[in-house]
Design a protein around this ligand. Sequence first.
Ligand code: MRU
Length: 351
Amino acid sequence: MPKAEPWRTVSLTDDCTKLRLVDQTRLPNELVWLEISELEEVWQAIKTLAVRGAPAIGVAAAAGLALAARRIMAPDFPEFYQKFCRAKAYLAGARPTAVNLSWALNRMKQAALQNKQRSMPEIKAALIAEANVIRDEDIACCRAIGEAGLPLLENCQSVLTHCNAGQLAAVQYGTALAPIYLAQERGHSLHVFADETRPLLQGARLTAWELQQAGLACTLLCDNMVATVLAQGRVDAVIVGADRIAANGDVANKIGTSGLAVLARHFKVPFYVAAPTSTVDLDCRNGKNIVIEERAPEEVAELWYQQRMAPPGVDIFNPAFDVTPAELVSAIITERGLVYPPFAENLAALK
Ligand code: MRU
């Protein structure tokens, strides 16, 4: 990101009347900012991946719910709360896998309940304030993830990442890219290999763009080229983000992550997962309990092509995420420090 003017991927506007976000469907060709305030617009932005990445989705949903709450007309708290919960459930249904969405919405629910004795305008103001706190905490959290991950990269020259877990996936810094940005701030610029990340190309469209903006060297790879660069010894570490980490350390992240973890283990390259503790879901025992979003077949067959590239009628499977078994993860980098195996024990101690 341009250093002179750090900007936020997603935030309420200064007057707190709109949610302002980078439209990630338009990158890398156009940097377009969306300003939205209707609940349906926020749902749509999350669903279509205009805003995406687990932390950014959480921040956007919290802000969207605060704006929706402001418009609720109700004579008393019970009626307000009923309408508020309906809006909350609607937003929670936009995408199923990233736990940060329900985590942020539950924080908003707590804020509503904690303020229920106050006047309606005060409750609404408290919800706007909570959405801003969630945003500011995300910035601090991602920076702390960067600090925690720095020692792991000390002797590295190059890292490989999948999808986009950088600033665009959060408010600033990101998760997997945060240690890379902090290393750069301290004069150690790493070379980043970015997988293109089929089918939605978050690596090619977003990570490559974001790293270019930051002045970091980036080499873009098709997903099926990873084994080649690992075999050539050109990658010192793999770092990815997460959408949900189960209590046993299984990690749901962008489709393709688990294959990358298998390859990293084969080639003896450490495989790190960077995520805020809000992504750790201790209520979820293991990866089998994580709901994996399936998206439209057109994303595989048509999107990005001038003409359809699969025969009409062919069956298409398009899961958006996969689960990497805990045993393939070398360490989880959180804002509270590094977590090593055994993950079941060490994640429980962290929360
Ligand atoms: O479908 P997306 O683009 O929202 O998927 C994003 C990822 O899988 C990220 O790696 C994850 O959300 C972590 S972002 C810090």
